[in-house]
Structures are given as structure tokens and as C-alpha cells.
Design a binder for this molecule. Sequence first.
Ligand code: PMP
Length: 399
Amino acid sequence: MTHGFDLGDRLRERERQDLRRHLDVTERVARRTRFADDPKSGAADFGEEMVVFAANNYLGLADDGRVQRAAEQGARTVGTGAGASRLVTGDTRLHRALERDLADCKGTERALVFSSGYAANVGTIDALAPDAVFSDELNHASIIDGCRVGAAETVVYDHCEADDLRAKMAERASTAGDGEQWLVVTDSVFSMDGDVAPLAALCDAAEEYGAWLMVDEAHATGLFGNGGGVVQREGLSDRVDIQLGTLSKALASQGGYVAGDEELVEYLLNAARSFVFSTGLAPPAAGAAREALRIARETDQTDRLWETVETLREGLEAMGYEVLGETHILPVLVGDRVDALELDERLRDHGVVAPAIRPPTVPEGTSRIRVAPMATHTDADLTQCLDAFEAAGKEVGVL
Ligand code: PMP
């Protein structure tokens, strides 16, 4: 008799289903728009320089000296680690300052930082312990996991469809008890489709039933609404109960946050297990995020990002590609998963790194190349990208 685990068998099963993933060293990708190392092995003699459109470091701030110095300053003045949970001895003035900056930028009374956006989502949904969560079908995995950890019943509504949300709330209202507590949750910018949730319509629907609305601004923070995200851009901070996001994308750092009113933050710092039982955010990450937020709000870094986005979208569409979405994330629709993988390979041959995204991450028949421009891409980088798409598309036969 054996009571152990056969992980080899589980891995082989994943292999059979084409679901086995591998880690590859791509250490420059997060920071740089160009690098000459082999993206797989890290070897420095790769030869051709690659242009990278594959990081969420949208403003290029992970490679910015001011942000790097702020990280160093955090390490020097406070330490490389927080040393304990914020509730024990890990709370510092740097954490408080970052939270004040975030609350200011989000138009809320307060904010609370977590060790990641993932931890913020899971901890918040679990702590609220709603009776039901109404969740967009394309919400991020950390929202889905938050629903799983809690005892809430999850009702999935059609992607970005406020009418479907309303219908599903009406259906539940017809059988549910009056005292049920409901949470509606959506990403603001969807990471694989580059589209934007209809936030005002979702506010209307949630308010009709007195439900709370939580918006994950992971891909929007630092970019829209003078850094505050789509909620700020659309003037909805008084109607959205919980604004949440990550410090790891445009803000070029690590960590997550929740912004809302005083009572929400006081409750979460007592009840969100991923906050209570986890070491406080590392001070270098807090310092870097503060400086990146300042730059995102006070300089024209974002204007340059929108220029790069427009140039690529127009150029790709002029060639005949279908580009999804309406934001800085440019999903170039290919359809077939094999074609998408081949296009990814051919693009590399032409010196461009832009990854294929395929099932199960996206539905069958909608495989795509996800192009993520950065504010630090030069005009020459953009030209190289467009030339590569033209040549590679013809080679693969998708153009
Ligand atoms: N929410 C969304 C929408 C995301 O895309 C991500 C990161 N991929 C997260 C949350 C998690 O953030 P973090 O990387 O800080 O854990």
C-alpha cells in the first residue's frame, strides 16, 4: 500500500495534454526593450539584438535610474526585508507613505499594500466572505482563486456584459434571502484581450441590487486617469467600493494594493489572511513603487506609451492583421494555435520577442500574439516590430 504522490505521473499527464510548462531564463526582458542575450539560456553571445514586446513593465520604469535609486534607498534606510508582518513589527513609515500616495491617486480615504496583487485579490475576497460573487468570465486567476478560497458561491457573467450581470443578479434575487451580501468583481483592463470593462454600467447594475463592486486595475494603474486607473479616468471612485491592483506592472516593482474607505482598510488589515500572516512588503519594492507612481503621474512617460501603441496598432491593421482591444495591450489575432506558435518563432528569427498566447489561457480558435509596447521603445524598435510582423506573417501564411 502507498499513500504518497506520483508527481511524475501528473507531469506526464500534463505533457500529454500539451499543458506542461517550463521556466526559461529571460532575465533582461522585464527591464529592457532590447537585449543581445539568448532569451532562453541567458548566454551573452546571442549575436543579433532582440527587440522585446513581452513585458508588463509598460512605462519602462524597471530600467529607470530614479526608480532603481529609490529601491536602493528603501533597502538602505529600512532594510532589504520588512522583517515581520505589518501587524507585528513590520510596519514602517515607507509603507505608510506609499499607501498615502496610492490613496491620493485613487481618490480614496485609504490604501493597504500586500505582498502581491495575487495576495490582495485572494485575501480581500476571502475576508469579505460574500454570499455570492458575480465575476466576469475573463477575470484574472487570482480573482478566481479568491472565490475558491472563500465559501462564496460564484456566478460567472458574460464578458463585459452588464445586462447579463443584471439578469444573473435578478435570478438570484428571486430565490436568495434578503440579507445576502454580494460582491461584483471585474478586471478594468483585461490582460489577454486588451479591452476595458464597462465600469459605469457595472456600477449601475451593482447599485440596483445594493451589491459592492470591486475593480482590479492591475493593467491600468499608472497608465490611465493620471495614474489612478480606469476608475479615476471615468470619475467613478465614489461608486466603486474596492479598487485593487498590482505594483508589478507599470509601477515596475512588486506587491499589490487595495484602496477604499477607512472602514474597508481597517477591516482588511484585521481579516485578510494574506495580509495578516505574511511579511510586510519589502522596503525596496515599496520605495521603487512610490517613485514609479510619482513619475507616472508627473511626467510624459505615458504620452510616449500611447504614441508607441498607436503606431503599432495602425501599422499592424494596415497590413491586414486583426488587433483586438482598445488599450496598450495589443493582442494580434491568429486563430490556430500552431500558426500562433510558428509566428512567435518566426518573429524571433526577425529579432522580435512577442509571445504566442494559446489555449487554455485563451479559448480554442483565438490563439494570438500578445504585443506589449513600452514607453521606452524607440521609433526604430517599432519599425523593426512592424517589419518582422510583415515578413513572419507571410512566411507562416497568416497574411
Ligand atoms: N490581477 C491581474 C488582472 C493580473 O494580471 C495580475 C498579474 N498577472 C494580478 C492580479 C496579480 O498581480 P501580482 O503579479 O502582483 O501578483
